[in-house]
Design a protein around this ligand. Sequence first.
Ligand code: C5P
Length: 318
Amino acid sequence: MHSYSLIAPAKINLYLEIIGDRPDGYHELAMILQSIGLADRIDLRANGTDEIRIRCSDPNVPADETNLGYQAAALMAEQFPESFNRFGGVDISIQKHIPMGAGLAGGSTDAAAVLVGMDLLWNLGLTQIEIQELAAKIGSDVPFCVTGGTAIATGRGEFLAPITSLENLYVVLAKYNSISISTVWAYQTYRQQFHASYAKDSQDLTDRRQRVHSGSMVEAISHRNGKRMGELLHNDLEKVVFPAYPPVAQLKQEMAQLDTLGVMMSGSGSTVFALVESQEQAETIQNQLRSRISDEDLGIWIAPLIANGIQLARPTAH
Ligand code: C5P
């Protein structure tokens, strides 16, 4: 097979707690990550040259070495030079549906799809754990994007413990197209403002990690208790994003007035999502939000919670 098409779902954070600093400059996190049915499509084709070429349906997405999909392919070429010599480079085509700078791991999931696709393209037969180890070199959210579903993520975000998958709930996602938030900025600002609350030592770190594993949100998820989950949604990064981006804070306030299970910002923003019980309820919320905020800059999407990460769309034989 010389080409593969993959579906790369976005994620939301049902829970994001910053628990401390790390020697590598990143943060120790305790998160609960959830895949959703809003996805990019990635087409990969062995091009028989020594180049990695990338193009994207959205002109705002960089089609160069800064693209995480490109970085994933470059990493594969570096790790598996024999395969690179044998099959050559790849053409990566990204059909973008996940908004950028949104806290939905759009770039990370594209990179995850490139890793999964190149493993197939080059017949490497890597295990899921091997793919996730490569994924962690690209970015903190990339390992989760490979397998997806519902998972507790600790460390930088790369240590994953899958939990009960949630498939019957929906989210309404809302994002101002003109507001994209830098993840680097969000974490740096958090460090500047909240360093005093970070874990003091390794015992404190372990205790805080443990609290999430045994915590109320995990229990609510295991009982598939949407109402309780809605109450327990949490994201520390709201504390730095909302003061710096008032429209995002206002968007959450507006959404919180509607009849949902709960409302929260995803990742470092700028997406705010509402958790709801059905597609029908999601459509009602979408309509109500449209009539409350008549701003063309506001994008609104509906997506189900899903139990998978990267999947094959349809192989194209030659
Ligand atoms: O890993 P990734 O490149 O996606 O992370 C983007 C930025 O987010 C990092 O450069 C860092 O500033 C911040 N970050 C962090 N701690 C994490 C994950 C991300 O400080 N666990």
